[in-house]
Ligand binder design. Structure first.
Ligand code: FAD
Length: 508
């Protein structure tokens, strides 16, 4: 395949997906390559917080302002991905009270609308808060479904003619006379190498950005900060709750659809693959969160996950928490642009800035419209909330495939006929199948059955999809397994190892 595209985007996280949509809207011929499934990097591993900017306001006012501005835009253009929970910042007994004044002053400077309220009001807004809280500040935080955000951007790009190849890894860049002219990529499904040519290549590969830049001889010095997050099986709070102190571990609680995301940590790591979540991280998060919401001590944890923040190495920064969460764009002036850092919540702005530069290079005159034009399902008036899925089940003929997340067989079938994917994770991120309490125990084999019925998998390769999916789920369950969860896992093991005999297959 030797197509010439206007641009090739490397990376299918929020940044790459945002650029694909923006550039397709401006009339460019776009190809996006993602080595795994969409949002399989930091985007799918984030805490799903629509930052108000307050978390960064005392240290990095520009990033804080950027977050707030994009927060307001995202609520409009991505209504179908956002739950407008609101947020609170709270101090607990023993916290440094002088930070509260600093925080309020900095927010005023950044023009982020926050209100100091009394403790009783705070407890009324969030009854699960500890009695030990002291100061409470109301902030415009919200929650978002990062998978949906990416899928929606990709859908919009596809509708405008963009090509999206997932499970396709860029192995090298094609460089001719010092200019990047395309990429050599490996299609993991077809098991074949492809040379794909474009007038411009955009490196939006997140933490893997320096590896891609190196292929063209550039040095992008990155620091990698690992962050881990725990998921409970229900909502512990109905608003986002943050600890009112300089950013530290175990500071944030985000209610996300039917579950709660608790995080995070910041551990400098040297490598990006096979990241482990340590028991120390799990304990730290639970202990710190319990100071704000003691109910976490009785919570049942579904799983933990971890991701890496790529931070551009600043000479003056002494530790990773001090490195700006802002983004950097590098025009390598040879047919390639790299974009590094930022937040998921600023993805649209990041895409706009990169696209402006790309259009200048490519001679495209169209202006950015992503700040005013809503994403496809927002245009259709759809909303984010599990209860809306209930109403779609009023038709008795619809059978449910994933009971925890109320996902119908029709929805899974639709993804399968569209993508022909053999990877259960592609279905998971499009529908939320397998993300609920049973973590795929009762739905993964049904989905595999559908794949077999639709001739997508057969007896030779079907079990591999199932094992990959279950192993990925298990890696997340292991760090938090305790109490009733152990019994649940024994049941899962019984079903898959005994009835389906999967462990035997692995030994063979
Ligand atoms: C623990 C944690 C919590 C966070 N919480 C929040 C939050 O609550 N709110 C918020 O706004 N931000 C949050 N962030 C930050 C946010 O997740 C990231 O800034 C954002 O998602 C980055 O998106 P990206 O597309 O740039 O990178 P990624 O999502 O990492 O995407 C890069 C993609 O490139 C692909 N890729 C890499 N190499 C290749 C290759 N050779 N060929 C093809 N594809 C390749 C990867 O597979 C990956 O999917 C958090 C980050 C972490 C780590």
């Amino acid at each position: 395949m030797n197509n010439i595209f206007d641009l090739i985007i490397i990376g299918g996280g929020s940044t790459g997906a945002g650029i694909a949509r923006d550039m397709a809207m401006r009339g460019a011929k776009v190809l996006l390559l993602e080595r795994n499934y969409l949002a399989s990097g930091a985007t799918g591993a984030c805490q799903a917080l629509v930052h108000s900017g307050c978390r960064y306001v005392t240290q990095d006012i520009e990033t804080a302002k950027e977050c707030f501005k994009e927060n307001m835009i995202i609520r409009k253009i991505a209504k179908s991905c956002v739950e407008e929970t609101g947020g609170l910042f709270v101090t607990v007994k023993g916290d440094d009270e002088s930070y509260v004044d600093l925080f309020l002053e900095a927010n005023e400077k950044a023009k982020i609308p926050v209100t100091l309220i009394n403790k009783d009001e705070g407890l009324k807004i969030e009854p699960n808060l500890s009695n030990n809280i002291e100061k409470v500040v109301k902030v415009p935080d919200a929650a978002i479904d990062p998978f949906k955000l990416v899928i929606e951007n990709i859908k919009a790009a596809l509708e405008l003619g963009a090509k999206i190849y997932t499970h396709t890894e860029v192995l090298d860049l094609i460089v001719e006379k010092g200019k990047v002219c395309g990429v050599v990529a490996f299609d993991k499904r077809q098991k074949e190498k492809k040379s794909l040519r474009a007038r411009l290549v955009i490196n939006a590969s997140g933490a893997w950005g320096s590896k891609i830049a190196k292929m063209a001889g550039y040095d992008l010095p990155l620091s990698y900060s690992k962050g881990s997050i725990l998921i409970t099986n229900s909502r512990l709070t109905n608003v986002v709750v943050n600890r009112l102190r300089p950013p530290s571990d175990g500071d944030i609680i985000v209610p996300s659809e039917t579950v709660t995301l608790l995080g995070t940590t910041s551990v400098t790591v040297k490598q990006l693959d096979n990241l482990q979540i340590t028991y120390t991280e799990v304990e730290t998060i639970i202990n710190e969160i319990a100071k704000m919401v003691p109910a976490v001590r009785n919570a049942r944890f579904l799983r933990a996950y971890t991701g890496v923040r790529p931070l551009f190495k600043e000479k003056k920064a002494t530790d990773d928490r001090n490195i700006s969460r802002g983004f950097r764009i590098f025009d390598h002036k040879n047919g390639m642009i790299s974009i590094i850092g930022g937040k998921m919540i600023t993805y649209r702005l990041m895409a706009e800035k990169v696209s402006d530069l790309a259009c200048k290079i490519l001679g495209i005159k169209q202006e950015c419209k992503t700040h005013v034009l809503p994403l496809p399902s927002t245009l259709k008036g759809m909303k984010l909330k599990a209860k809306h899925r209930l109403s779609s089940l009023s038709d008795k003929n619809k059978s449910i495939l994933c009971e925890c997340e109320l996902i119908t067989k029709d929805e899974v079938e639709e993804v399968l006929s569209k993508t022909k994917t053999k990877d259960l994770n592609d279905i998971r991120i499009e529908t939320r199948m397998g993300m609920g309490t049973c973590q795929g125990t009762f739905c993964a084999h049904h989905a595999l059955g559908l794949m077999a019925k639709m001739d997508i998998v057969n007896e030779k390769n079907g079990n591999k999809s199932l094992i990959d999916f279950l192993e990925r789920r298990w890696r997340g369950i292991l760090p938090v397994i305790d109490g009733d969860q152990i019994k649940e896992e024994q049941l899962t093991e019984g079903i898959y190892a005994e009835i389906f005999n999967l462990d035997k297959e692995r030994i063979e």
